[in-house]
Design a protein around this ligand. Structure first.
Ligand SMILES: Cc1cc2nc3c(=O)[nH]c(=O)nc-3n(C[C@H](O)[C@H](O)[C@H](O)COP(=O)(O)OP(=O)(O)OC[C@H]3O[C@@H](n4cnc5c(N)ncnc54)[C@H](O)[C@@H]3O)c2cc1C
Ligand code: SF4
Ligand code: SF4
Length: 451
């Protein structure tokens, strides 16, 4: 918010850096501002366009757990608070299709289907790279079942479950139970349509479908009008739709909150097959999520499976202990071997209890994977573009004695672009990187002479 309003900061959202030329104190940056097809200066963020847009897609921000439209705001608090049209989805941009609904309902006149990309050039004295991280794709460890066992999710997905503005409004449910709830309106529609389809026959033959079908089954209409066969097929389809709807309703009525939660730590971290390093923040966010889950549901039983809990930071160990004493978190020292699935979609965690040295199994409602922090997908192309180096793990390389300086003077780094770190550390690094940049701008030297 502060950045968005600051008179000395130009925020270029929805833009890409195309080139950076020059040297410390005198760089020239070229940026491509992509078209949103919505005028940022006019859009009030009211959302009337998205409400009426007929093109529905899955909500990427909610990791596919909710619905979004072809005109969208990636997340509610995004700055600037402007909507964007996804030209790959919007009907107006598809050959042979037309729409224009958003333009009609937008009272601010912000929709501009003809908006084009803009190329902007700036002289800058210093550059700070803050491109963050990417999460490890849990499908790469197939034995944990992510993508195959629906009730195995990632910690980021679980964050969205816990959020009051998330797809479940803060309630934690098994994914399979959510699927039942989501299927209900469609099943109700199908059933209504199937019974409506019987009305034409009932009118034509002046008989109820039940009475007709009883007589049809007894062989009364054999070899008769072909409409009788169509009617019989329609009765069977309607009855099937009704049975399916009742089954779904029964299941929906018996749905409870997901009480038994198992976090699996170091998924893709501290693992020589993928990333050797510790991702730093996942132990603490697992504890945080477990505490919040327990605040939402006093019956929640939370297990955190990990080789050890790395509570490194001021007050972190106390937070870990609070998790155990006040939220009843069970820390299980173990390495999980596999997650299997029972017939009713219950995931089962198989692990070695390294204290007792025995293999155990634990059925739970949801398994939550704490996936590794990896270098951003843009790190390599950006490093090439900036002419700076990456380290052995693919994060931006810095100098050992100047931890925010990249291998090129005047280009600095902060946050998870540097290495895995939590928000307070990322913010502290951002301030330090800004101070280093200010030194370059003020001409007080890049301090590289010391190297
Ligand atoms: C499930 C989960 C829960 C967490 N909970 C907490 C918590 O409670 N507390 C805490 O302190 N930390 C938490 N963390 C860690 C936190 O996410 C990181 O510390 C923080 O996001 C790092 O900030 P960053 O700005 O370095 O990177 P990011 O947050 O990754 O931001 C980088 C930004 O740069 C953008 N970007 C990338 N490439 C480009 C490019 N080429 N051009 C322009 N933009 C680009 C990205 O889209 C992104 O918006 C959690 C992490 C996870 C996975
Ligand atoms: S023009 Fe595109 S974005 Fe606008 S309402 Fe129609 S489909 Fe949605
Ligand atoms: S912070 Fe914890 S869960 Fe994350 S990699 Fe390190 S030890 Fe594993």
């Amino acid at each position: 918010m502060d950045v968005g309003r600051h008179p000395n900061i130009d925020l270029l959202a929805y833009s890409e850096v195309e080139s950076v030329e020059g040297e410390a104190g005198d760089f020239r940056v070229t940026v491509r501002k992509k078209p949103r097809y919505v005028d940022e200066s006019k859009c009030t963020g009211c959302g009337a366009c998205a409400e009426k847009c007929p093109t529905v897609t899955s909500d990427e921000y909610n990791l596919g757990l909710g619905k979004a439209k072809a005109i969208y705001k990636y997340f509610a608090q995004g700055i600037p608070s402007a909507y964007t049209i996804d030209a790959n989805l919007c009907r107006n941009f598809q050959a042979g299709k037309k729409c224009g609904v958003c333009q009609k309902v937008c009272q601010a006149g912000a929709i501009d289907y003809k908006q084009e990309a803009k190329t902007l050039e700036f002289p800058v004295g210093a550059v700070i790279v803050a491109t963050g991280y990417e999460l490890f794709d849990a499908r790469r460890i197939p034995e944990y079942g992510y993508g195959r066992i629906p009730n195995v999710i990632t910690a980021l997905e679980f964050e969205r479950f816990l959020s009051a503005s998330g797809p479940t409004h803060g309630h934690v449910h098994r994914v399979t139970d959510l699927a039942v709830q989501e299927a209900l309106p469609e099943a109700e529609k199908t059933c209504q349509k199937a019974f409506k389809g019987l009305e034409r026959f009932e009118k034509q033959f002046e008989m109820t479908s039940d009475a007709f079908y009883e007589r049809y089954e007894s062989g009364e209409f054999k070899g008769g009008d072909e409409d009788y066969e169509k009617w019989a097929a329609a009765v069977r389809a309607a009855r099937k739709a009704k049975d399916e709807l009742e089954e779904l309703r029964r299941k929906a009525e018996s749905i409870e909150a997901a009480h038994r939660l198992a976090f699996i730590q170091c998924v893709g971290s501290r693992d020589i097959r993928f990333n050797k390093y510790c991702s730093g923040f996942c132990c603490m966010h697992a504890i945080k999520e477990a505490i919040i889950a327990r605040e939402h549901d006093r019956d929640a039983q939370v297990y955190i499976f990990g080789m050890d809990i790395r509570a490194v930071g001021k007050g972190f160990e106390e937070y870990r202990n609070r998790g155990a004493h006040e939220a009843g978190i069970h820390y299980v020292r173990s390495r999980v071997a596999e997650v299997t699935e029972e017939r009713d979609h219950t995931p089962v965690v198989w692990y070695e209890d390294t204290k007792e040295r025995v293999v155990r199994r634990m059925p739970v409602d949801l398994v939550i994977l704490s996936t590794a922090c990896q270098p951003s997908a843009s790190a390599k192309p950006l490093a090439d573009l900036l002419g700076i180096e990456l380290n052995e793990f693919g994060f931006f390389k810095t100098l050992s004695h100047l931890p925010l300086d990249t291998t090129k003077p005047g280009i600095f780094i902060c946050g998870c672009a540097h290495s895995p770190m939590d928000i307070p550390e990322s913010v502290a690094q951002a301030s330090s990187a800004a101070a280093r940049a200010a030194q370059v701008l003020s001409g007080s030297g890049t301090m590289r002479l010391a190297s």
